[in-house]
Design a protein around this ligand. Structure first.
Ligand code: DNO
Length: 404
């Protein structure tokens, strides 16, 4: 398992020299300042590679950019409207430029309008750390009272709970909620206003899950043959959270969704980003089992954990320490190591799977530093250390036992 850390480029409050100190050798990055649909030029790609290779004090970092996360799929492509055909061409051009620069793994998602969504980005835990949280009642407040979408999609219980919650919230609570739900990534520019968000939502009125699926498969039909030729592997990130929000279709939330994806365009270039945190927010997703059954197409791993707060399938949850949540990380890592052993035995060149410790808790200096939500330096390093321990222990035990 190859260790990596996500780095957002010069806009990241974590410096590349600090990434180097964590001991990882690989970096996950993207050109967030380039709008979806525009080409990633060889110059911009080379610039990011240079930024990754040298620290602010001129030290060679020895770090390599090895996963692109994400080369974004434009909303036009997701809807098959407007400039979608031109955007597929620019996507292919960016793929060519990335392959020419030596990159081989490209993560993307097919979530309409919103990427990951939380209702609180710094929820205080009892021991002074903070985490990100998704609370259904808060989310319903946002949807019904702030976005002012019709409430008929919610059950009477949730509507009642949201009415009470809304009545108890101050202006500042509401503004924190709005900022949390509508959060972007560094370099992506300002988050959309509520009016812009409403407009984006209305553009999906005629697109149901089935239509979105067809659009995704059409997109893959257009880009996978080139990916094969260039030795690139695409990998689709799951919906986060893995259920429908604001009436938008969500199609990458379950094992069945992923099985359908890999069956639809049956080529190794059409792969999976297995994110244990996103998928683990649903109680019917068995992460170690998914790794066992879909592992041959997993090109990239996000290892993190969540704690579900109730028993409902689509309930509230918060992010936990990497080995503390509902996903059994020891079993998941065991399944990853088994997959790697299988690949090695069959001579697959890509037998090592890159993972990054994702999210976790903001702790110690992370809190003063005030970085990108979900990307605390110390919190991720704590998670990485735990994962390293699991990997080292399992690898040693496997060696002792010898081939099965
Ligand atoms: C959240 C991330 C996602 C992910 C994209 C991939 O922390 O895992 O934003 O980068 O969905 O396209």
């Amino acid at each position: 398992m190859k260790e990596s850390l996500r780095w957002f480029g010069p806009a990241d409050v974590v410096r590349i020299g600090e990434v180097q100190q964590t001991g990882v050798k690989a970096v996950v990055s993207a050109l967030h300042h380039i709008a979806p649909g525009a080409v990633w030029t060889p110059q911009e790609i080379a610039k990011r590679q240079a930024e990754i290779s040298v620290s602010a004090d001129g030290r060679a970092t020895g770090l390599e950019w090895n996963v692109v996360e994400s080369l974004p799929v434009s909303e036009d492509i997701k809807r098959q409207s407007g400039n979608w055909k031109a955007h597929i061409e620019t996507y292919r051009e960016s793929m060519q430029n990335l392959a020419d620069a030596g990159l081989s793994t490209i993560c993307y998602n097919f979530m309409p309008v919103l990427d990951w969504t939380r209702t609180n980005l710094a929820w205080p835990m009892a021991n002074g750390t903070t985490c990100m949280r998704f609370d259904w009642v808060d989310f319903t407040v946002f949807d019904i009272y702030l976005l002012q979408r019709p409430d008929e999609n919610y059950s009477a219980d949730i509507r009642e709970a949201a009415a009470q919650r809304y009545a108890s919230m101050s202006e500042s609570d509401l503004s924190v909620l709005t900022k949390s739900v509508n959060y972007g990534l560094p370099g992506e520019g300002a988050a959309p206003s509520l009016d812009v968000l409403r407009r984006h939502l209305s553009e999906y009125q005629k697109i149901d899950a089935q239509r979105l699926r067809v659009n995704q498969y059409d997109f893959l039909e257009q880009v996978c043959p080139l990916a094969e030729k260039l030795g690139l592997r695409l990998c689709c990130h799951p919906d986060d959270p893995p259920f429908e929000l604001m009436g938008l279709p969500r199609i990458m939330s379950t094992e069945a969704d992923y099985q359908a994806l890999i069956d639809a365009v049956d080529t190794p270039a059409n792969g999976i980003t297995l994110c244990s945190g996103s998928l683990g927010a649903r109680s019917d997703n068995d992460l170690p089992g998914m790794m066992q059954r879909l592992g041959h197409r997993v090109h990239f791993l996000h290892l993190r954990n969540t704690r579900r707060e109730g028993t409902e399938l689509h309930g509230s949850f918060h992010e936990s320490g990497h080995i503390e949540g509902d996903t059994d990380m020891v079993q998941l890592v065991a399944a990853v190591l088994d997959e790697e052993a299988k690949r090695k035995a069959t001579g697959r060149a890509d037998w090592t799977i890159t993972f990054r410790p994702d999210h976790g808790l903001d702790m110690l200096n992370d809190i003063e530093r005030g970085g990108q939500p979900g990307y605390p330096l110390i919190g991720r390093l704590a998670g990485l250390s735990e994962l390293r321990g699991i990997i080292a222990a399992q690898s040693t035990l496997a060696q002792r036992q010898g081939p099965q």
